[in-house]
Design a protein around this ligand. Structure first.
Ligand SMILES: [Zn+2]
Length: 332
C-alpha cells in the first residue's frame, strides 16, 4: 500500500486501484461522472456533528456489511443513516429454523420490515426506505428476465433521484456503498452502487434538479469490502497457529486465489462485534445463526482481524492513505 496525499476532486488512483476498476461500466453513469465532477464544490469541514450515510440494497445488508463501523460511529456521537433501497420482498427464508414459519411464509415483506426496525434500534442508526421493489436473484441457465417494475430495471438516474433528495436533506459527510460488482452480483446490489455514485455526484451539482434541495457535496464515498481475502487468510493463520480447526479450510484455496481489492481504510470495530452480531441476528429470516457469519468466534476476530475495511472510491478533500477513520480530514 502506498501512502500519499491526493488533490481534492481526484480519485485516489495511486492506491493501486487498476484504472479499469475506476472506469464505470454503465454508460449513463460514465457520462454523468465525466461531466466535471464538481471538484470546486464546497465541502463542510469540522462540523459539530459528523454524518454518515450507508446505502444498502435490502434489509439485512446493513447488518452484514459495515454494521460494526456504524455502531462505533453512533457510539462516538455521529449521525448514521442507512438508506435501504428495496423491501427485500423477493428474498428467501435463509434460516433453516424458520423455513416453515407461517408468518414469514405469509408475508415476508412485513416480517422483514419488523426485523429491520429491531436491527435499527440495536445499531442506534436512523433508517430510510427508498421504497423500490426487490429484483430477486435470478438463477438458472439461461437466466430469467428480471420482474417488471423491480428496482434494477429502473433507469439509474431516475432511481437515484430520491437518494439525491435525501443526500441534500441529510447532508452526509461520508457515503458508503458497494463496489461496481455490487460486492456480489445481485442486481439490486449493483444498482445500489450505481445510484449511490450518481447521487454522490448529482447532489453536489447546483444545476441538477434544484427542486430536490440545496446542493450538498459529500466529502468522500467508499466501497465497503466484505470479507477481503486477506481477512480470511489472517483468520486461517491465527487458527493454525493456535491449533484450532478452520471452518473455512475447504474454501481457503478459493480465498487465496481471489484478487484483493485495495483496502484504503480499516476501521477498528473490536468493541462492536457483539452489537454487530445482535443486529444481524435480528434479521432472523435472513440469517442462519449456525452459518457463515458466526463460524469464527468474536474472540478470534478481535485477535486476527479486528477491522471492517473500505476502499476510498472518490474524495473531494485531500486525504492521506491508508486511513483508520472514514472521517479523516473532515473531523476537528
Ligand atoms: Zn442484499
Amino acid at each position: 500500500m502506498t501512502t500519499g496525499r491526493y488533490r481534492a476532486g481526484v480519485a485516489p488512483e495511486d492506491t493501486g486501484v487498476p484504472k479499469a476498476a475506476l472506469a464505470p461500466s454503465d454508460e449513463t453513469f460514465k457520462a454523468l461522472l465525466n461531466h466535471g465532477g464538481h471538484p470546486e464544490a464546497e465541502v463542510e469541514k469540522n462540523p459539530c456533528r459528523l454524518r454518515l450515510m450507508a446505502v444498502h440494497a435490502h434489509p439485512d445488508d446493513e447488518s452484514s456489511k459495515g454494521a460494526g463501523t456504524m455502531a462505533r460511529y453512533v457510539d462516538e456521537g455521529a449521525e448514521v443513516t442507512v438508506v435501504t433501497c428495496t423491501g427485500g420482498e423477493r428474498g428467501d427464508i435463509l434460516n433453516p429454523r424458520l423455513k416453515d414459519d407461517p408468518e414469514a411464509n405469509a408475508d415476508l415483506s412485513a416480517v422483514r420490515h419488523r426485523e429491520m426496525d429491531r436491527a435499527r434500534e440495536i445499531l442506534g442508526i436512523n433508517q430510510v426506505w427508498l421504497g423500490y421493489v426487490d429484483s430477486g436473484l435470478p438463477e438458472g441457465d439461461p437466466l430469467p428476465a428480471l420482474p417488471d417494475g423491480c428496482f434494477a430495471l429502473i433507469d439509474p438516474e431516475e432511481a437515484a433521484r430520491p437518494l439525491v433528495k435525501l443526500v441534500r436533506e441529510l447532508r452526509p459527510h461520508v457515503m458508503l456503498t458497494y463496489d461496481e460488482n455490487g460486492g456480489y452480483p445481485h442486481p439490486d446490489h449493483i444498482h445500489s452502487h450505481r445510484i449511490s455514485m450518481l447521487a454522490y455526484e448529482l447532489a453536489a451539482d447546483p444545476s441538477y434538479m434544484p427542486e430536490l434541495g440545496e446542493p450538498w457535496a459529500v466529502a468522500k464515498i467508499y466501497y465497503q469490502l466484505l470479507f477481503p481475502p486477506a481477512q480470511m487468510i489472517a483468520y486461517a493463520r491465527y487458527m493454525r497457529k493456535h491449533g484450532l480447526d478452520n471452518p473455512f479450510e475447504a474454501q481457503m484455496e478459493y480465498f487465496e486465489g481471489l484478487d484483493q481489492r485495495p483496502i484504503t481504510t480499516r476501521v477498528n470495530v473490536s468493541r462492536y462485534l457483539d452489537v454487530r452480531d445482535a443486529a444481524l441476528l435480528a434479521h432472523a429470516t435472513q440469517v442462519d445463526p449456525d452459518g457463515f457469519f458466526f463460524a469464527v468466534s468474536n474472540e478470534i476476530k478481535r485477535e486476527a482481524w479486528p477491522t471492517e475495511d473500505f476502499q476510498l472510491r472518490h474524495s473531494r478533500i485531500g486525504v492521506t492513505l491508508p486511513e483508520s477513520d472514514l472521517f479523516e480530514g473532515i473531523r476537528q
